[in-house]
Design a protein around this ligand. Structure first.
Ligand SMILES: Cc1cc2nc3c(=O)[nH]c(=O)nc-3n(C[C@H](O)[C@H](O)[C@H](O)COP(=O)(O)OP(=O)(O)OC[C@H]3O[C@@H](n4cnc5c(N)ncnc54)[C@H](O)[C@@H]3O)c2cc1C
Length: 274
């Protein structure tokens, strides 16, 4: 939709082009959310899609995704990763978890999804499950890093301060090499995610740790870790420790339903990885 209050769009080509941040500014990446509803408080958009960031960089110790990597590019990257990076399929599964149209597929970005910080953000699920480190630019020219679980603080809220820009998402090779299982459920066959759980069992050589990520069902990502695959009761206890207020209720499912299905899906994941 047209954003009638916007007076200026600044397209930046380098970090030095970033204008001094002021009230009424917003970063725009794919624009799939920003242009989908009225934004009456906005006066200026700062377009980061011409910064020329490589969508993905593969290194021996991990994968870096640029914040501007689109969902479509993410799937292309997944098909070109080293053969022993078994997490490649998870990239495609999480891309498929979008309630996506052609427009979302082509233009929505990994960074935009994380910065929007919706419970049903599949890039949040992906990055949480693979122990991603987010690199964030401050307006003063310095950077800082955060895990996704520290970054997302609630429904559509996160730690970003005005003028800060998510630059990249780094996923370590140890996580990329792990065995993964995931389960997603929605109230309707093509509905928005009600719960998306991902289990990751690291190789013995990488420590053999089991990590369960609960997203979609909760207001922010929850990650629980065990030294190896847990017993049924241990897993149930870990899920029971998620605070009641963190189970999410909206049109796509109630908190009690989300908590209940998460328990079932978590056990299925452990059985699959057994
Ligand atoms: C039909 C439809 C289906 C959708 N389905 C889903 C879904 O299933 N799950 C879901 O989570 N969302 C969904 N969305 C919402 C949205 O499209 C996605 O979350 C998308 O990934 C947002 O990415 P974007 O690049 O388009 O972000 P934009 O719309 O450009 O920006 C989103 C927000 O993030 C900020 N932002 C973007 N990039 C950065 C950055 N690098 N640094 C700092 N701030 C930044 C913007 O200022 C804005 O506040 C859907 C939207 C539509 C229209």
């Amino acid at each position: 939709m047209d954003l009638n209050s916007v007076e200026e769009v600044v397209v930046v080509h380098g970090r030095n082009d970033l204008p001094h941040w002021r009230i009424g500014d917003a970063v725009i990446a794919g624009g799939t959310w920003l242009l989908s509803e009225a934004q009456d408080d906005l006066r200026r958009l700062i377009d980061i899609t011409e910064l020329g960031w490589e969508p993905a960089t593969v290194a021996t110790d991990g994968l870096e995704l640029a914040a501007t990597c689109t969902v479509e590019q993410l799937c292309e990257v997944a098909r070109q990763l080293p053969a022993d990076w078994t997490a490649a399929t998870l990239l495609e599964h999480c891309a498929g978890a979008f309630l996506a149209s052609f427009k979302i597929w082509k233009t929505a970005t990994v960074g935009g999804n994380i910065c929007l910080s919706f419970p049903a953000g599949p890039m949040i699920s992906l990055a949480s499950a693979l122990d991603a480190t987010l690199v964030i630019w401050r307006p003063d020219g310095s950077d800082y890093t955060a895990s996704v679980t520290d970054f997302v603080t609630g429904v559509a809220t996160n730690v970003l301060a005005p003028g800060e820009i998510l630059r990249s998402v780094w996923m370590p090779a140890t996580a990329m090499r792990a065995r993964l299982a995931h389960r997603r459920i929605a109230l309707a066959p093509l509905g928005r995610t009600g719960a998306l759980l991902i289990g990751r069992l690291d190789r013995a050589a990488d420590g053999g740790m089991f990590t369960l990520t609960v997203t979609g069902a909760t207001t922010r990502p929850h990650v629980v870790r065990f030294p190896g695959l847990p017993e049924r009761a241990q897993l149930a206890d870990a899920l029971a420790a998620i605070p009641d207020q963190d189970w999410h209720t909206d049109a796509h499912g109630g908190a009690d339903w989300r908590a209940a299905v998460s328990g079932v899906l978590a056990h299925e994941i452990c059985e699959e990885l057994q």
